[in-house]
Design a protein around this ligand. Sequence first.
Ligand code: NDP
Length: 293
Amino acid sequence: MGAQIIDGKAFAAKVRGQVADHVARLKSDHGITPGLAVVLVGEDPASQVYVRSKGKMTVEVGMNSYEHKLDPDTSEADLLALIAQLNTDPEVHGILVQLPLPKHLDEDLVINSIDPAKDVDGFHISNVGLLGTGQKSMVPCTPLGCLMMLREYHGSLSGMDAVVIGRSNIVGKPMAQLLLGDSCTVTIAHSRTRDLPDVVRRADIVVAAVGRPEMVPGDWIKPGATVIDVGINRVDAGESKTRLVGDCDYDSCAEVAGAITPVPGGVGPMTIACLLANTVTACCRANGVAEPE
Ligand code: NDP
């Protein structure tokens, strides 16, 4: 295996350390404690795990965590009323509504009811527009984590060919915007892309955000390219066990790539670290205090 492993777990720990330092300064110099409110509607087991771990890490970096767990049949009016209350609560600097929401709730309506300044997931239409026009915004956590790892590994990304596989609003599209912002030449591939292997082979940077286990084999990767694997797929591991794999076939990709993120331990930990960083940023902006770089 030739590729350098990009250790998202270690990098995320470093980012969380920086967040904790900033939180400590906000407390000591300004008497402010950043607060993150997470709203979970229903009992989706994966969402419950995510919310628990977000809450735990929020507290670990010294911030206040406010968890709101609502019944699966919560009405849209009640959810919107809670968000309105969080929007005006001065102790709450970041609001995250855990997705997916139960089917009877309109996700777009709910997300767009969050104050854009507190929208630490960066999904509000105002933040999407700001990111798209290169203005200061709240940036979605998963693509932000990918960008940070790429910058850490490469330094400048200027002029590199990047292929993002997947065009979702939460990963693929904002990832492409961020890479464009860093002056990559960006291609967004999706399920209708013709000759995907050929498209991927041109890339210096491949970001796979598809949700199909081990879909990208090593022979699609240009030798020396950097592979960022966003996919989280649970697959059968025999003996009634399961294991997590990415969207890339790790072993064959690692033989050809110059660098690669593992699954687990790559993009996943960076996502939560960026959520915490976004909350500190939101808190600083709300209080007119210098925000982290
Ligand atoms: P979506 O299902 O919303 O989007 C998947 C994208 O992949 C779509 O744009 C789809 O194309 C494209 N696609 C599907 N099949 C193919 C194919 N055969 N060839 C090329 N493109 C294809 O997924 P998300 O963006 O929400 O998530 C993607 C993955 O990332 C999932 O595994 C998810 O679990 C993971 N994830 C990980 C996070 C983390 O923290 N590490 C956070 C968020 C997501 P089309 O639009 O044409 O249908």
